[in-house]
Design a binder for this molecule. Structure first.
Ligand code: NAP
Length: 240
């Protein structure tokens, strides 16, 4: 029997976790909802860096680590690769493809917050769809801008910002209605890939809006990479 430690916090990871039996462990950082209807064990909270994770792997007799965290969760992915090496167990990863710009798209690639705000300088009504980071900058919003920040949990806005607490998936119809009501002139996004949050890009294309896109972080090499959940589940079945 191969005992799996699955690192999650994404919809794809939850799909894998739903297929795992009681001998396996699903691990979450503790930021979002914790599922209470899984057959496998669920643990919540950090391990204490890669050393802590390596200790956990050894203490819990884990045979295989699967990194199915978000493509922008670079720290936990680095920790998973390092801890697996230290504990001498294989590390697999789900590495979902990013979105590709299509004809008519105007993507402006940025690497960090400073580049991102510089790219937004000439716009007035950005829609932020990259999580909580903009909440730390509510006091720095230029006077000519009004920010709409869509993230998982509610948070207090101010005269220059509104926080929309919402969880995907988002439909094309709902995105069209939101863009029309709020008259956004630019979208700020991570290149998450997948279909759950892709509709905003289609609506930006329809409306001729630029997208300020935060580049993906570098992720570590692992023993096996999978582009989708199905391939990963098939490989797990072969292990038994
Ligand atoms: P991160 O910066 O890579 O990780 C920060 C720390 O959080 C890690 O060092 C680890 O603490 C802990 N951690 C992260 N994921 C964990 C997991 N699955 N199990 C146990 N501990 C975990 O991660 P993040 O960007 O803050 O993301 C946190 C969680 O949200 C992840 O589960 C990720 O999949 C999910 N998520 C992230 C994004 C995103 O855009 N970043 C989007 C959707 C979902 P220790 O060092 O103490 O072990």
């Amino acid at each position: 029997m191969t005992r799996v430690l699955l690192l999650g916090g994404t919809g794809d990871a939850l799909r894998i976790a739903r297929q795992l039996g009681a001998e396996h462990v699903y691990s979450l950082a503790g930021l979002g909802k914790v599922p209470d209807d899984l057959s496998c064990e669920v643990r919540v909270g950090g391990f204490g860096g890669s050393e802590g994770m390596a200790r956990y792997i050894e203490d819990e007799r884990i045979d295989l680590v699967i990194d199915a965290t978000h493509p922008y969760a670079a720290q936990i992915s680095a920790n998973a690769a390092q801890a697996s090496r230290a504990a001498r167990v294989p590390c697999w990863a789900l590495r979902r493809e990013g979105w590709q710009p299509q004809t008519g798209d105007d993507w402006r690639m940025v690497d960090d917050w400073a580049e991102l705000t510089a790219a937004l300088a000439s716009f007035r009504r950005p829609l932020f769809t990259l999580g909580r980071e903009p909440l730390a900058h509510l006091d720095d919003i230029p006077p000519q801008q009004f920010w709409t920040i869509r993230c998982l949990d509610p948070y207090e806005g101010n005269a220059h910002a509104r926080i929309l607490a919402a969880r995907g998936p988002f439909t094309l119809e709902d995105e069209r209605a939101l863009f029309s009501a709020e008259a956004f002139d630019v979208v700020v996004s991570k290149n998450s890939g997948g279909s759950a949050t892709e509709a905003k890009l289609e609506v930006a294309r329809e409306r001729g809006l630029p997208v300020v896109m935060l580049r993906r972080p570098e992720l570590p090499a692992v023993d096996r990479e999978f582009a989708d959940v199905t391939g990963l589940l098939e490989a797990l079945q072969v292990l038994g």
